[in-house]
Write a protein that binds this ligand. Structure first.
Ligand code: IMP
Ligand code: MG
Length: 180
């Protein structure tokens, strides 16, 4: 693991190790396994691109029968949320009566996740919960409950483990934070 890396114009330093991420993923998977043990085939909706690595580690720790779909919503460029949201693409089949777990890389202001939950509620699922790898409580501006938060961080900008800085850094197995 390199301690300092350069992505585009910014330098990043290691903040959270792969081992620490794994422990947080394990803890959240244990809660989801307990909560959904009696539900009929829940569906995990993993939000692309950022959640691919989280979903792949999380799902290996899930012990009930499930479905997985990869969906896409907002575009995000640079280190600040643009505020622009797009429609939900990648759904196959009706979600009516289904138990949905949305899998996100990070919930920041909450704008994207709120929009996504609203679009999904319109399909009359049995339930919708959010499972995010990272949650920024000081930045969150919305009311919808974020039930599963693997880790909470401050308002710093991070990359790695699926998260990007203008498309770079997604493949890093540790989390890096931007330096001054
Ligand atoms: P929100 O709509 O403000 O909650 O933004 C959510 C999206 O912004 C996430 O799905 C990420 O794509 C992106 N984002 C927010 N904070 C970070 C960060 O620290 N690093 C990388 N992407 C981030
Ligand atoms: Mg995202």
């Amino acid at each position: 693991m390199k301690d300092i890396i350069q992505l585009h114009d910014r330098r990043f330093k290691v903040m959270i190790s792969a081992e620490e991420i794994d422990r947080a993923v394990e803890a959240v998977a244990t809660r989801i396994n307990a909560d959904y043990s009696d539900c009929d085939t829940p569906v995990f909706l993993a939000v692309l691109n950022g959640s691919f690595m989280f979903l792949s580690d999380l799902i290996k720790k899930i012990d009930f029968t499930n479905e997985i779909s990869f969906v896409k919503l907002a575009s995000y460029e640079g280190t600040e949320s643009t505020g622009a949201v797009k429609n939900l693409i990648g759904l196959n089949g009706s979600l009516e009566g289904r138990h949905i777990v949305i899998v996100e890389d990070i919930v920041d202001t909450g704008k994207s996740i709120e929009h996504m939950v609203e679009l999904l509620q319109a399909q009359h699922p049995a339930s919708v919960e959010v499972c995010t790898l990272f949650f920024k409580p000081a930045s969150y501006q919305k009311q919808i409950p974020i039930k599963y938060r693997a880790m909470e961080i401050g308002n710093e900008f991070i990359v790695g483990y699926g998260l990007d800085y203008d498309q770079l850094g997604r493949s890093l197995k540790d989390i890096y934070v931007v330096t001054e």
